[in-house]
Design a protein around this ligand. Structure first.
Ligand code: GDP
Ligand code: MG
Length: 151
């Protein structure tokens, strides 16, 4: 079953939106395969958004991502990557349709509260970066000092 990487960004965590965002994914039919509340250091933020490093807003983006804890998740389901992008909505909340997460909860592109992988290859890369590889949704998973432990 396809998996994708989703992250509630620091502004989403600060605003108490982990619960509503998880609810959207559960209502859509996704299964939660792994979750971690964690900080991101500059090096991880730069790797995660490596393909954007030439963009004029890259410094601001890294600052944003490292400004507080994030909630990193792996969600599993049919067409997980495309379905997640569809319920997250367009990058710029001004353009994100009402009913999408960004359309309902965010105002500005510099604070669009949630990330979702944009392709299968990105999902695999990001899951590896944050969780050290795919995690089986049926297996009990917990975290010890930031490391995924599977039983
Ligand atoms: P996404 O896949 O929909 O998140 O969009 P992108 O991969 O194009 O951009 C990654 C993230 O960079 C976005 O979610 C925003 O947080 C941020 N971002 C994109 N464009 C801008 C911009 O013009 N200004 C600022 N400050 N941030 C931006
Ligand atoms: Mg992207």
């Amino acid at each position: 079953m396809e998996q994708t990487f989703v992250m509630v960004k620091p502004d989403g965590v600060k605003r108490g939106l982990i619960g509503p965002i998880i609810t959207r994914f559960e209502q859509k039919g996704f299964v939660l395969a792994a979750i971690q509340l964690r900080s991101i250091d500059r090096a991880l933020a730069e790797r995660h958004y490596g393909e954007l490093k030439e963009k004029p807003f890259f410094g601001e983006l890294v600052q944003y991502l490292t400004s507080g804890p994030v909630c990193a998740m792996i969600w599993q389901g049919e067409h997980a990557v495309e379905n997640a992008r569809s319920i997250i909505g367009k990058t710029n909340p001004v353009e994100a349709a009402p009913g999408t997460i960004r359309g309902d909860f965010a105002l500005d592109i510099a604070g669009n509260i949630v990330h979702g992988s944009d392709s299968l290859a990105s999902a695999e890369r990001e899951i590896e970066l944050f969780f050290g590889g795919a995690v089986a949704a049926s297996a009990p998973v917990h975290l010890v000092a930031g490391t995924v432990v599977q039983h």
